[in-house]
Ligand binder design. Structure first.
Ligand code: NAP
Length: 480
């Protein structure tokens, strides 16, 4: 029987020590987690392959990405400016006298991370949520995903080795396996929990938000949940590039059996001969893709049922589908049909895309105005197209955390400018990202120190700051 209270007590106790470690110590710790993962690469990828059916090249790539994420946060800590320090020195001569106030970002406390099923490394036990929380100085309790429990346990063992090697408090990271609606709920509800990271279904994310709201002291839940990632195909590019676009989008829709939150689930275009050529070619390309096993039984049955329900909606016509599941699928609907049936805006998680055929640009705008918040929104167009569709680009920008021109939405670069987030239901809080260095901001809060003697200030705010970071000093940026 899992004692959630004991786990959270230990996490809180570890936090009182861990948040006092120096940025350099935490950087070395994160790097060492990466080194431990690298050392276990063969065993880790073999276990993940057995549990998730994901191909080995993909798993090797994902593990490398995970290690690079850890290194990226280590570099962030070494550079230091992420603490967003601001210093206003005292002015006793002012009326009223101006106090000395200094602000920086501080870690929130124990954080609960729910591992995602579709990224057994990069969004799971040592993934971006864990790496960003550890970088901030917060401790972490991971609720591993049951679909890759063995992989999750092996990754946790690598983290434990890094904890011992780096001399970090023993319970800086803890690992729990168990049902979400029992153990997961208890973790979210525990008074020591200060924040939650989640990637998964809308139902799961919504349940966590409700648990958090029921608490005596509500906490933020950063949940990434549901997105159909609309792609607008403009007329000139369709005329010029129908075949190439079909190839590119068939690959994106079917990549990893569509089990990506950035999968292009909605294609929007104005009717034309070129669009018909594109859709026919896209159907052919998709039908030629060799299906792979999906991540777990639940995702397969959700995909099969979701597709079945979608294809039963009024006005929909399939372009390609197979009776043997799992298989990619492509369907079409008129803009009028799309607008009259809210179900068309729902995510079918898997290799499925719905093409919405509009009579004109006005209908295209109505379609885009009707869709919910998204992780990504894409515009495919020639220079002439883009110049004539500024309004469409503006509409797409209002929908999503990442707006893309002439590329596919799948494939998220891990970097400081990345936004992997977006308005609800893509996430619960569009102000944040779960990928890139910005992800650290979910686990911090600003603290202002007023009238503190220099020696009692955090090193980042001291006059004799040994670390060279840019700071806002009386409204002027200075490298101190
Ligand atoms: P999920 O069902 O949302 O599960 C994710 C995690 O949340 C698991 O650890 C699960 O625990 C927990 N959980 C689920 N419901 C909960 C509840 N009511 N209370 C507390 N914890 C709960 O997601 P999944 O298993 O990865 O995939 C199922 C579906 O989610 C897919 O078919 C797809 O529709 C969607 N999905 C979306 C994305 C995305 O990025 N948008 C990614 C993956 C999946 P258990 O271990 O008990 O299940």
């Amino acid at each position: 029987m899992i004692q959630v209270n004991d786990i959270m007590q230990r996490s809180q106790a570890a936090f009182t020590q861990y948040h006092q470690t120096s940025p350099e110590q935490r950087a070395r710790f994160l790097e060492n987690i990466g080194e431990q993962l690298e050392a276990g690469r063969e065993e880790l990828t073999a276990k993940a392959h057995a549990e998730t059916h994901l191909p080995m090249p993909r798993l090797n790539g994902e593990l490398s990405r995970t290690i690079n994420q850890l290194k990226m946060f280590a570099r962030l800590l070494q550079e230091g400016s992420w603490v967003d320090a601001a210093i206003d020195t005292a002015d006793a001569g002012r009326t009223p006298p101006k106090p000395d106030t200094r602000r920086m970002l501080m870690p929130v406390g124990p954080v609960v991370v729910f591992g995602a099923s579709n990224f057994p490394f990069a969004f799971s036990t040592a993934g971006g949520d864990t790496a960003s929380a550890l970088a901030s100085g917060s401790t972490v309790v991971v609720k591993g995903h049951s679909a890759h429990a063995g992989t999750s346990s092996l990754v946790f063992a690598a983290i434990q080795a890094a904890i011992a090697h780096s001399g970090m408090p023993a319970h800086t990271v803890q690992h729990v396996l168990g049902a979400g609606n029992t153990v997961g709920r208890e973790l979210v509800m525990h008074p020591h929990t200060t924040g939650v990271g989640f990637t998964g279904s809308l139902n799961g994310g919504t349940a966590l938000v409700h648990y958090a709201a029921e608490r005596e002291r509500p906490i933020p839940v950063f949940a990434e949940m549901s997105s159909i990632n609309p792609v607008v195909l403009l007329p000139d590019t369709l005329r010029q590039n129908a075949f190439a676009l079909a190839k590119t989008y068939a690959a994106s829709i079917t990549l990893g059996m569509g089990q990506f939150c950035t999968n292009p689930g909605l294609l929007v275009a104005v009717e034309s001969e070129a669009l018909e050529v594109f859709l026919q070619q896209l159907g052919e390309e998709i039908s030629a893709v060799q299906p792979q096993e999906m991540l777990h039984e639940g995702i397969l049955s959700n995909y099969s049922e979701g597709l079945h329900t979608m294809l039963q909606q009024q006005g929909i016509r399939h372009i390609f589908k197979s009776d043997v599941m799992p298989s990619p699928a492509l369907a079409r609907v008129s803009a009028a049909g799309f607008l009259s049936t809210p179900h068309f805006r729902e995510e079918v998680f898997g290799p499925f895309s719905l093409a919405v055929v509009c009579r004109d640009k006005t209908e295209m705008k109505q379609v885009l105005e009707s869709v919910k918040g998204q992780l990504t929104a894409t515009i495919m167009g020639t220079d002439a197209d883009l110049a004539a569709h500024r309004d469409i680009i503006a509409l797409q920008t209002s929908l999503a955390g990442r707006v893309i021109i002439n590329d596919v939405p799948t494939g998220v670069e891990v970097c400081s400018s990345m936004v992997h987030g977006g308005p609800y239901p893509a996430t619960t809080d569009a102000r944040f990202t779960s990928v890139g260095t910005g992800a650290i901001r979910r686990w911090v809060r600003p603290v202002c120190f007023q009238g503190f003697p220099d020696a009692l200030l955090p090193p980042e705010l001291q006059n004799a700051n040994p670390r060279k970071i840019w700071r806002l000093w009386n409204n002027e940026w200075k490298n101190t």
